[in-house]
Write a protein of this length. Structure first.
Length: 418
C-alpha cells in the first residue's frame, strides 16, 4: 500500500506557576502526579537523577496503548520544565533518556530516592489526514484510540479542535506545514506552548508503522521519536465493527456470523442451514439451491459481515454439490476513499464434487472480476485488493461457468481465514 498520512497531534505544556508543588500532596499513580527517581550524582547546586518507569494506568494490550505509553514517557519532563523535588522547586536543565539534570540540587545526596512532581499538560488534537490514495479507516481508528488514551491518562487537558483550527486559519498556517519543526515552533509560540507531537503512519502490506516526533517549540529541536509497528488488524481490533476473527463459519450453533439466509435480491436460489449434513463429521452446513438458471445467471451464498483480513493469507473451507460444477469464492473491498457504494470484487475459482472436499485459496492470488453491467458500481474502486476494507464475501455459482446446469444444491462448511 502507499504511504499514508500526516498523523498530526499537538501536545503542549502551559506554565505551572499556579500548581501546588507542596510536599504534602499525595502521590497518585493513576493521575501520574509524581514519579520516583534515584540520585546518581550531586555537584554543588546540580543533581543528576535517574527516573523509574512511570506508574501508568494505561494497559499495553494494544499497539496504540504501547505507543501512548512511549509518548507519555517522552513528555513527562523536558529541558527547561519547572518541577518540584521532594516538595522543593527545581528546574530540569538537561534530559538524556531516563536521566535528568536539575537545579538547584534541593539538598539531595547521592543514593537518595527523590519524588518528582509532573506538571499536567494541555493536549491539542487536529484531524488525521490521509494522503496518497491510502485508505483512511485504519488511520482514523488509530487516531481516535491514540487521542482517547492520551486524554484518559489523566496527564492532559484537551483543547478543542475548533480552537486550533481558528488559530491556524487566522495565521494562515496549514496542517501539512506543521511537520516542519520551525512551523511547530511558531504554533507553539502562538499557543504559549512548550511541546508538540507530529508524525505519520505508514501502511506497508498488512503492517502499520507509526513514527511520532516530540518537538520542543522553544528551540525547534526534536526531543525524541516514538515508533510502533503492528499488524493493521490489531489497530482496528477493538474499535471497528469489522470482524478480525479467523472464524468464518462452522454453523453448529444458531449464530450465522453474517451469512444471509433465505432469498437474496437479484440472485437465484435460496440459502438455508441444512441440519442433515456437515463436513468433518459435523451435522450442520449452509446450503444454496441453484435453480431457474434461465432467469438470472448467478446463485450465491452471501456473507455481509465487514471484515479486516489484514494478517491473513488464505481462506479455507469444505464444500460439495449434488453434481460436479464450478464455484467461485469472492471478496468485495470498498473504494479507497471510503465510499461504501463503490467496490472491487476479487475472486478465485474451484471445482465442486459430490463428496465433501477441503479447499484452500490464497488471498493474494484472487483476481479482479469484471463488472456485472455498465451501470454497476463494481470496479469503481482503486483496483487493489485491500484486506482491511472487505465489505462483503461469499460464494457464487455463475451460469456461464455451469452452462448445462439449471438446478443443483451446494453445501459449504467449516470456513476460516488463516
Amino acid at each position: 500500500m502507499k504511504r499514508m498520512s500526516l498523523f498530526m497531534v499537538c501536545a503542549v505544556i502551559f506554565g505551572c506557576a499556579g500548581a501546588d508543588m507542596s510536599a504534602g500532596k499525595q502521590t497518585s499513580a493513576a493521575g501520574s502526579l509524581y514519579m520516583k527517581a534515584s540520585v546518581v550524582r550531586v555537584d554543588g547546586e546540580t543533581a543528576v537523577l535517574r527516573t523509574d518507569p512511570l506508574p501508568e494506568n494505561i494497559s499495553k494490550d494494544s499497539p496504540i496503548a504501547s505507543l501512548t505509553s512511549k509518548i507519555l514517557n517522552l513528555t513527562y519532563l523536558t529541558e527547561g520544565a519547572k518541577t518540584a523535588v521532594n516538595g522543593k522547586s527545581a528546574t530540569v536543565t538537561e534530559k538524556r533518556g531516563d536521566s535528568l539534570v536539575i537545579m538547584p540540587s534541593a539538598g539531595l545526596k547521592e543514593g537518595d530516592t527523590a519524588e518528582l512532581y509532573i506538571p499536567k499538560k494541555t493536549l491539542i488534537i487536529s484531524d488525521l489526514k490521509v494522503l496518497d490514495n491510502s485508505r483512511n479507516m485504519t488511520g482514523k481508528l488509530a487516531f481516535d484510540e491514540f487521542s482517547e488514551k492520551l486524554t484518559n491518562s489523566g496527564r492532559f487537558a484537551v483543547l478543542e479542535r475548533r480552537e486550533l483550527a481558528a488559530i491556524m486559519q487566522e495565521h494562515a498556517l496549514e496542517l501539512k506545514g506543521l511537520t516542519d519543526p520551525q512551523q511547530a515552533s511558531l504554533l507553539g509560540q502562538l499557543l504559549k506552548a512548550d511541546l508538540m507531537l507530529t508524525g505519520d503512519m505508514t501502511k506497508s502490506g498488512f503492517n502499520c508503522v507509526f513514527d511520532i516526533r516530540v518537538i520542543d517549540t522553544a528551540t525547534s529541536k526534536i526531543l525524541g521519536v516514538a515508533r510502533e509497528s503492528t499488524l493493521c488488524s490489531k489497530v482496528a481490533d477493538t474499535r471497528d465493527i469489522r470482524s478480525t476473527s479467523s472464524d468464518y463459519g462452522d454453523f453448529e450453533s444458531s449464530e450465522t456470523k453474517g451469512w444471509v439466509l433465505g432469498d437474496v435480491q437479484n440472485f437465484t436460489g435460496r440459502t438455508v442451514l441444512d441440519t442433515t449434513t456437515g463436513a468433518k463429521g459435523t451435522s450442520t452446513s449452509i446450503m444454496v439451491t441453484v435453480k431457474d438458471r434461465d432467469i438470472t445467471d448467478t446463485s450465491v451464498i452471501l456473507n455481509k459481515m465487514k471484515r479486516d483480513l489484514s494478517g491473513f493469507t488464505q481462506v479455507n473451507f469444505w464444500a460439495k454439490a449434488d453434481r460436479p460444477m464450478t464455484g467461485v469464492f469472492f471478496v468485495d473491498d470498498e473504494d479507497e476513499d471510503g465510499r461504501s457504494e463503490y467496490f472491487d470484487r476479487w475472486s478465485g475459482t474451484f471445482w465442486l464434487t459430490t463428496e465433501w472436499r477441503e479447499y484452500t485459496l490464497n488471498l493474494d492470488e484472487l483476481t479482479l472480476s469484471k463488472g456485472i453491467n455498465p451501470n454497476s458500481k463494481m470496479n469503481f474502486g482503486d483496483k487493489k485488493f485491500s484486506p482491511d476494507m472487505v465489505k462483503m464475501s461469499g460464494f457464487i455459482f455463475p451460469k456461464h461457468k455451469n452452462k448445462e446446469i439449471t438446478e443443483a444444491k451446494v453445501w459449504v462448511d467449516e470456513l476460516s481465514f488463516r
